[in-house]
Ligand binder design. Structure first.
Ligand SMILES: Cc1cc2nc3c(=O)[nH]c(=O)nc-3n(C[C@H](O)[C@H](O)[C@H](O)COP(=O)(O)OP(=O)(O)OC[C@H]3O[C@@H](n4cnc5c(N)ncnc54)[C@H](O)[C@@H]3O)c2cc1C
Length: 435
């Protein structure tokens, strides 16, 4: 019976980071992926983060990485049915770190994951695609391997690293959580990739060749549910999508494809996509429960990283970077466990300590109250997006009314819609959730 140092389940950003880190340190690693190839069915809006990718594959941008566009501008729209107040930031300095590493860039996961996993293979990991892990194997109260769907498919290792994504059944099988993820801890993202010639994208989004832009849209596009729409530019396509809490979808019964169609038909979005051809449609869950909904991160012979561990910072649209960092730290922990010859929970608890020191748990801790607010107050974005648009409309309409009178009118409207005690409470709740 062959025994590996580590089995990694799932070749997404977390799994590849874990596998590459361990293989590079000389450990024997098998990386199991249920897709026909890594990324075959994976879905993401599409913004990856360079610093965390470079910690897994140094100078990846010089190695033929399938980068679609490097993000130079990020915009945020607070939208009503037919208007938007927009803020944003554009800066060539933001696009690259001083060493030339792109800060944020767009990807198509089918291409990126395949390339990224190849880097883990080059480091020495054994990638086995087309293989679904069905269960973890136990011996004397510790995880010792996995059962795959293949014939004679039991594999053994000192440690199993679970990176099997948001719908991980294995987290429960490994006794790291004793119940399934709850609907209010999940969002559903639906997305289309709309093909357009590169020069059309550059003209419409005000970009130079190779440059990319992101637009996040809050307000009417989610029809009273918590979530947001997005547009991200790729080389010759635009990813357009919307994500909302599953619990809100269950309550409103609005079909997700209707939300996406509504977003595409929004008067501010339609011209950006005009003439484009839908190349791909996909849907995927996003773990939005935050810190309070995280499973136990380690046990005897087992670790969990990425979406399977609820590591998403929804407010900042970050998930892939948390996954890559957690995967890398899980890998480093196993390397240390191998050095000590101890794969018990005592040594593997080092992983949680490393995460505490990293931005992963610091950020999830900072925003720990946000998921509860998003679940309880889906009205917030719609209400304030509408008020912001009314205020902008009033101030920008030149009709002979003095600016002070306009200001008074805006204030009256605001306090009519949200009387002062409610307004103060809203501000306090938002401040508490993001401070
Ligand atoms: C619509 C949408 C938009 C998003 N936009 C962004 C964004 O712009 N930026 C960002 O940073 N994040 C974004 N995210 C979040 C991001 O996609 C995830 O946080 C990230 O992919 C997590 O990586 P992971 O490796 O943990 O999981 P995944 O990427 O889900 O990878 C899990 C892998 O495990 C495999 N697998 C699952 N079960 C098994 C099994 N039993 N056996 C074998 N293999 C298995 C899967 O096939 C998959 O390859 C978005 C998510 C969605 C759904």
């Amino acid at each position: 019976m062959e025994k590996f140092d580590a089995i990694v389940v799932g070749a997404g950003p977390a799994g590849v980071a874990a596998a590459a880190t361990m293989a590079r340190a000389g450990l024997s690693v098998v990386l199991l992926e249920r897709g026909e190839y890594p990324g075959a069915k994976n879905v993401m809006g599409g913004v990856m983060y360079g610093r965390m990718a470079a910690e897994v594959v140094p100078e990846f941008w010089t190695q033929g990485a399938p980068i679609e566009r490097v993000v130079v501008e990020e915009r945020l729209w607070l939208a009503t049915e037919d208007s938007a107040v927009s803020v944003g930031h554009r800066s060539p300095a933001m696009a690259y770190h001083p060493d030339g590493c792109p800060n944020a860039f767009t990807v198509l996961r089918a291409r990126w994951d395949r390339w990224f996993a190849q880097k883990a293979e080059e480091a020495g990991a054994l990638l086995v695609p087309g293989t679904t892990v069905e269960d973890v194997l136990w011996q004397d109260g510790r995880v010792v391997g996995v059962r795959t769907g293949r014939e004679e498919g039991d594999l053994y290792a000192h440690v199993v690293v679970l990176c099997d994504g948001v719908n991980s059944a294995l987290v429960q099988r490994a006794k790291l959580r004793d119940h399934p993820v709850e609907p209010h801890h999940l969002a559903l993202g639906v997305k289309e990739v709309v093909g357009l010639p590169p020069e059309v994208i550059e003209a419409r989004f005000n970009l130079e060749p190779g440059q990319g832009a992101t637009i996040e849209i809050y307000g009417a596009v989610t029809r009273g549910m918590s979530g947001y729409g997005f547009l991200y530019t790729n080389h010759d396509s635009v990813s357009v999508g919307v994500g909302v809490l599953v619990s809100h979808l269950m309550r409103t019964r609005i079909p997700p494809y209707e939300l996406l169609e509504g977003l595409k038909q929004h008067p501010l979005v339609r011209p950006l996509l005009a003439g484009g051809e839908t190349l791909e449609y996909s849907a995927h869950a996003i773990p939005e429960g935050g810190l309070a909904a995280m499973p136990k991160l380690y046990g005897d012979g087992v670790l969990v990283a990425g979406d399977a561990a609820m590591m998403v910072n929804g407010l900042h649209r970050e998930g892939s970077n948390l996954a890559m960092t957690a995967g890398r730290l899980a890998g480093e922990t196993v390397v240390e466990a191998k050095r000590r010859g101890d794969f018990s929970a005592r040594t593997l608890s080092l992983y949680a300590a490393k995460l505490e020191e990293s931005f992963v748990l610091k950020d999830l801790r900072k925003y720990r109250h946000l998921p509860e607010l998003a679940e309880r107050r889906p009205d917030l974005f719609g209400t304030y997006a509408e008020l912001a648009n009314r205020a902008a409309h009033e101030m920008l309409t030149v009709d002979g009314v003095s600016k002070r009178d306009k200001q008074r009118k805006i204030w009256r409207e605001l306090t009519r819609r949200r009387p002062l005690p409610f307004l103060t409470r809203d501000l306090y709740e938002v401040w508490k959730a993001i401070r």
